[in-house]
Each structure stands twice: as structure tokens, then as C-alpha cells.
Design a protein around this ligand. Structure first.
Ligand SMILES: Cc1ncc(C[n+]2csc(CCOP(=O)(O)OP(=O)(O)O)c2C)c(N)n1
Length: 370
């Protein structure tokens, strides 16, 4: 078989927004000014949430945080292309999708605190969000399962005749080395359910660079071996992400099968609040990627279109910061969950052995709070 041409979608890089903020008009998705401004608002909002929550983690208010800084374009472009009946299976850095789909900020933040405002009742690691109201499934923290889950849910929708449902599953570049990636992509190729699988290639899996993760030229090219289209998109270009992910979702909805997308991006901060990236990566590399910052790049474009100026940005940042700080304040006032809730939701009716354990727990006074 002849080699794939170098401009093949799985080897090239689909880009709409150049780094100077100018646009390739022929490829630009048809978005009006309001839609463009909404994208910018979502991007700035999660950027500010990430900043604030990392501070709260350092202040000892929350135990863990995984920021999406530098990677905002892909999840936001996904979210705005979804319909309410669609399902999302996130990895660590896509929780913003819930917010874009209308999940309340306060309830979202409460998951990070694991307090009584958390719909998961404090049973999940922070940032492993779930929200039934927006069809968003919690990440288990094991790398990989969200892909077979997305493929399986899409296949179930197809078997049930729910023809208008699309599922989206996310993975990092590191998690493509897990068996689940191969199982899911193979199954997607064979069963052709209505799903989109997205790899956020942020170049690092904690301290392991993507160059050590695979000998393939790209991650997208792997999809071809499994019989589905693989497309490589500039993950720091929200217009390119919008066009490519939007088309893949539409394709899935039209019954034309799954797509695998590699979004080429960069984790600008630490892997999580438990990580110190200065131990393993070069500051010059971070600096080079900072110049490709997806928020700044999009802002340059909006400035050129006359949609945002310095004052407008400052006003928006002020408004969003006030919203975020007020939500944080309210969430921090919520009580922690009572320990008796430990036994809730395990069974529809509580069996005798859990009843016994709950009674025994009640006989012991609660530990003093710190
Ligand atoms: C099966 C499994 N192995 C190892 C880990 C530990 N671990 C947590 S995150 C991570 C790196 C993930 O990298 P990547 O998939 O590229 O996603 P990113 O965090 O960069 O978004 C590792 C190795 C894990 N959670 N699960």
C-alpha cells in the first residue's frame, strides 16, 4: 500500500486560526458574532475558574485540582456542537463541557469540595465530574475506560433505535497506550456506532512525553488501522476544533459512523495540583506554547473583527470573576455530608448487612472535625 500523503487528515494539522489571529476564511465555520463571543466567554470563564481553584487548593480548601489551562478549545468546541440527548465521557480535562451545557457552576464546584452540594455525594476524586442533568459520565480515574464506555453507549443507542444520540469519549495521549484505547477504537471501527473519540494530545502524560508514548507518526493515524477516519486538528484553534468536531458529531448523528480526532495541544500548567512540571520539562518549551495560547489567539481574532477590545475584555473578566468568587463563597458555606450518607444509593433497598453496619457506625461518636 502506498504511504499516506503528508497532507492526509491524520498526518497534517487542520487549522483555521493562524497564530497571529488571522483566519483562513475558506475553512472558517459559519458562526455569527454572538456565537463567537459565547465561545470566548466560555474559554475565559474556565481559565479563571482554573486559576481560582488552583489557589483554593494551595490554600488547603480543596484536596486536588486538574486544570484544563491551554486545552480549553477542544472541550468547548465539543460542547457547543452537542444536543441535550448526547452523552459525554470525559477524561481529566473536559469537565468544562458540563458548564457549557448549562450545569450550574455552584453544583459543579461542590464536586471539587465533595460537600453536601455535590451530586456525587463526595464519593469521587475532585474533577471526576458527573451530571445526569447534562448526560455527563464521571471519569473513573483509571486511564482509558471512558473510550469503551463511549463506544458501548453509542452502540446501545443504535441497538435501541435512539437514532439521534451521539456519544463523545475523551482520552489523553498517555492513555492511548492502555488496552482500552485499542479495544474501543477497534470496536468503533467494526460496529460503527454514533460516537466521536477525541484524544487531547497535550504532549505529556505527567512526566512522560508523547514522543515516548508511541512510535507512530501521529495518534490520529492509528484510527486507520481500525477502519475509521482519523483527523488531526490544531487543538489550540477553537475555530478549527469547532469545524472538525462539529463535522464528526454531525457525521455520527447522520449514521455515517465514528471518527477519531487527535487535538494537538499543550498542558500549560502542571498535570495536577500534585505535580511539579519544572522537574521534567524545559521552560523554553512551555514558553513556546504560551505563544500559541488558545484563549489569546482567539482574542486576537475577535479584536481584529472588532468584537473585543481591552475594556471589553477587562469588563468580562471582572464580571466572570465576581460570578466565580460568589459561587465559591456559597459552596464553601455548604455543610459536609453526614457520614450516614455512606450507605445511600448502594442498593435500591438497603440489605440487612448494611443496616447492621449503619447501626454500628451510629454507636460510635463522629470523629472531631478539624
Ligand atoms: C491505568 C492507569 N495507569 C496509570 C495511572 C496514573 N496516571 C494518572 S494520570 C496519568 C497520565 C495521563 O496522561 P494522558 O493520558 O496523556 O492525559 P493528561 O493527564 O495529560 O491529560 C497517569 C499515568 C492511572 N490513573 N491509571
Amino acid at each position: 500500500m502506498p504511504p499516506l500523503p503528508p497532507d492526509h487528515p491524520s498526518l497534517g494539522l487542520y487549522q483555521v486560526l493562524r497564530e497571529d489571529g488571522t483566519v483562513d476564511e475558506a475553512k472558517a465555520p459559519a458562526l455569527d458574532d454572538d456565537a463567537l463571543l459565547a465561545l470566548f466567554r466560555h474559554m475565559l470563564r474556565i481559565r479563571l475558574i482554573d486559576e481560582r481553584m488552583l489557589m483554593r487548593q494551595r490554600q488547603g480548601k480543596v484536596g486536588f485540582y486538574g486544570a484544563s489551562t491551554g486545552q480549553e478549545a477542544t472541550p468547548i468546541a465539543t460542547a457547543v456542537n452537542l444536543q441535550p440527548q448526547d452523552w459525554v465521557f470525559q477524561a481529566l480535562r473536559e469537565a468544562v463541557i458540563m458548564l457549557v451545557r448549562g450545569f450550574p457552576l455552584e453544583t459543579w464546584l461542590a464536586q471539587i469540595y465533595g460537600n453536601s452540594g455535590d451530586v456525587n455525594k463526595g464519593r469521587q476524586q475532585p474533577m471526576h465530574m458527573a451530571g445526569r442533568a447534562v448526560n455527563h459520565v464521571s471519569w473513573s480515574s483509571c486511564l482509558g475506560p471512558q473510550l469503551p464506555q463511549a463506544v458501548g453507549a453509542a452502540w446501545a443507542a443504535k441497538l435501541r433505535g435512539d437514532d439521534d444520540v451521539v456519544t463523545v469519549g475523551f482520552t489523553g495521549d498517555g492513555a492511548t497506550s492502555e488496552p482500552d484505547f485499542h479495544t474501543a477504537t477497534n470496536f468503533a471501527g467494526v460496529a460503527k456506532p454514533p460516537c466521536v473519540l477525541i484524544c487531547q494530545n497535550n504532549h505529556w502524560a505527567i512526566s512522560v512525553p508523547s514522543s515516548k508514548q508511541t512510535a507512530s507518526e501521529t495518534f490520529a493515524v492509528k484510527a486507520h488501522a481500525y477502519g475509521l477516519p482519523g483527523i488531526r486538528v490544531d487543538g489550540n484553534d477553537i475555530l478549527a476544533c469547532h469545524a472538525v468536531i462539529g463535522a464528526a458529531i454531525e457525521r455520527a448523528r447522520a449514521g455515517e459512523g465514528p471518527t477519531f480526532i487527535e487535538a494537538v495541544t499543550y498542558r500549560m500548567g502542571a498535570h495536577s495540583s500534585s505535580d511539579d512540571p519544572t522537574r521534567y520539562r524545559d521552560e523554553a518549551e512551555v514558553e513556546a506554547w504560551r505563544k500559541k495560547d488558545p484563549v489569546l489567539r482567539f482574542e486576537r481574532y475577535l479584536q481584529q473583527r472588532g468584537l473585543v477590545d481591552e475594556d471589553g475584555r477587562a469588563a468580562l473578566e471582572k464580571e466572570l470573576t465576581e460570578e466565580i468568587l460568589a459561587a465559591i463563597r456559597r459552596v464553601e458555606e455548604l455543610p459536609m455530608l453526614g457520614r450516614e450518607t455512606l450507605f445511600d444509593d448502594v442498593y435500591a433497598e438497603r440489605p440487612w448487612h448494611l443496616e447492621e453496619q449503619a447501626e454500628e457506625l451510629n454507636r460510635h461518636p463522629p470523629a472531631p472535625s478539624h
